[in-house]
Design a protein around this ligand. Sequence first.
Ligand code: AP5
Length: 212
Amino acid sequence: MFIVLLGPPGAGKGTQAKRIAEATGLLHISTGDMFRENVKQQTELGKLAETYMSKGALVPDEVTINMLLDRIGRSDAAHGAMFDGFPRNVTQAVALDDALAGRDARIDHALLISVADEELIARLGGRWICRNCGALYHERNDPPAKPGVCDKCGGELYQREDDRPEVVRQRLELQKPPAALIEHYRTAGVLTEIDGQRPLDEVTNALLEAIR
Ligand code: AP5
């Protein structure tokens, strides 16, 4: 099964993708995580991506699509994956459709998580991430037992550079799923819209229900 998770920055795509992966065993592919790993390692790709990410802009399609196609060419993605943060526009969606068609597969579900802007700002401002295992927390909605320490592995928690208020404003301006992308999946008959404003468990249940 191939699934795309759509939604604005802070909608809960990463949080829910981890939960769905745990529940279903599906491979979780996050283009944001891939870029951040490259930035951390200071690869050429990472240095390039950082110039866009730090401004709250999207990394150019050609770079992102090549990275994604390379990732899904690996054997662990042969029979299914859940894409978090990809595609962001119709060009990326068509590239993914074409790659899957080449192996007799298609996107089975496009799950659109909707959340109002004020809530997105509150979520991004309060997000903490484990430097070691990538677990996600929120200081108000889903806090760790001990501030600054990951419940799962004891790793140090940090806040993302692009969660600074001025970058968040840009991301919300530039990175909401465009209407044409939503229409692309509606036309394909695979779109489900999920109210992401609800508590974490309710959103997880709604997403799992949609893909069952
Ligand atoms: P990426 O990492 O994909 O960032 P994003 O889309 O902005 O999404 P986020 O990771 O910020 O939010 P999320 O929806 O995953 O929310 P989360 O689960 O963390 O991309 C980063 C950058 O890389 C981009 O800006 C771009 O430059 C580049 N990039 C990536 N993909 C690209 C592409 N395809 N093309 C071009 N460029 C690309 O949740 C947020 C917080 O809310 C957490 O603290 C969580 O605990 C809390 N929370 C979640 N759900 C709930 C809930 N139901 N109730 C209460 N709190 C909740």
